[in-house]
Design a protein around this ligand. Sequence first.
Ligand SMILES: *[C@@H]1O[C@H](CO)[C@@H](O)[C@H](O)[C@H]1NC(C)=O
Ligand SMILES: *[C@@H]1O[C@H](CO)[C@@H](O)[C@H](O)[C@H]1NC(C)=O
Length: 337
Amino acid sequence: MAWCLNQHMLSSVIIAVSVLLCLLSNHSSIAEKLPRFEHHLKPQQQSLNFLVVGDWGRKGNYNQSLVAHQMGIVGKNLNIEFVVSTGDNFYDDGLKGVDDPAFYESFVDIYTAPSLQQIWYNVLGNHDYRGDVEAQLSPILRQKDNRWVCLRSFILDTDNVEFFFVDTTPFVEEYFTDPGKHTYDWKGVLPLESYRAELLKEVDSALVQSTAKWKIVVAHHPIKSAGPHGNTQELEEQLLPILKSNNVDAYINGHDHCLEHIIDKESGIHFFTSGGGSKTWGGDIKPWDPKELKLYHDGQGFVSMQISKTNASIVFYDVFGKVLHTWSMSKKLKEAA
Ligand SMILES: *[C@@H]1O[C@H](CO)[C@@H](O)[C@H](O)[C@H]1NC(C)=O
Ligand SMILES: *[C@@H]1O[C@H](CO)[C@@H](O)[C@H](O)[C@H]1NC(C)=O
């Protein structure tokens, strides 16, 4: 099932999908078939151009506003189609409700550049789960700002790339066994075992059925990272095999507050961390095979991607908009290899 969307139609469809999900979630805790969105390129556009930012919502503090400013400049130069957010959208504890002013203070009033007035496809991070999750998923937010699209897990089909957004917070055991002083809003994901199993099954079957040239999985938690959080063992065990068996090109995540590019020697999968939307760690990097680790930037910034049918170009920018690292990939070369 697919809906064909343009900017004008999207609003009502998103609301319909969200209402549907809301109804389903009240009747069943088991993840239903993943909602699917379609996004077609602007006329004359050969490549799908978009930005990726993560771990950002701090009311402009910790240089969130500076990163936003540079995103606006790069977004204009690339004439971007949309923004992908890798989660931790609102610090410290998600949104308190649909009327939480943080939605304006950390999103609407921060990403004001004209080029950023495109759809934002968001997943949830662990900090978002510390607030009212249903509020962040609510279509009411879209009425406040029509850029906002946030679902737990979904598929985004574009002309050149198919994206699989996966809700990874419920996979991390530590949040359940050792939550410390934090409380998480697990409504809608219990019982856990079936939520996880269903979601993995849905992601796997969507990947198996995909005929897209480029397949990219987006989530909050890293599978491979040299940052302080590092690899998420649960995902290495449960999600990575699915990425490998389906020839996924790239996995994009946040959670570690840095910019990072790892190429897995064994599978060739690219692991891109874009978690530099605001506060960063400051010097804490684990040793990693330099043949795999192409970039580790312990500071703020974001990533742009331009993906045509055959070529992908990925660029990492720091808080000044300075290019830190670029990477190009070509489909034909990869297939011939
Ligand atoms: C913000 O960025 C500036 C560089 O423009 C840097 O010197 C400063 O440490 C950053 N502040 C924070 C809180 O990260
Ligand atoms: C795509 O990449 C190939 C191989 O690197 C290169 O020869 C070609 O010019 C590129 N095409 C475009 C449109 O950038």
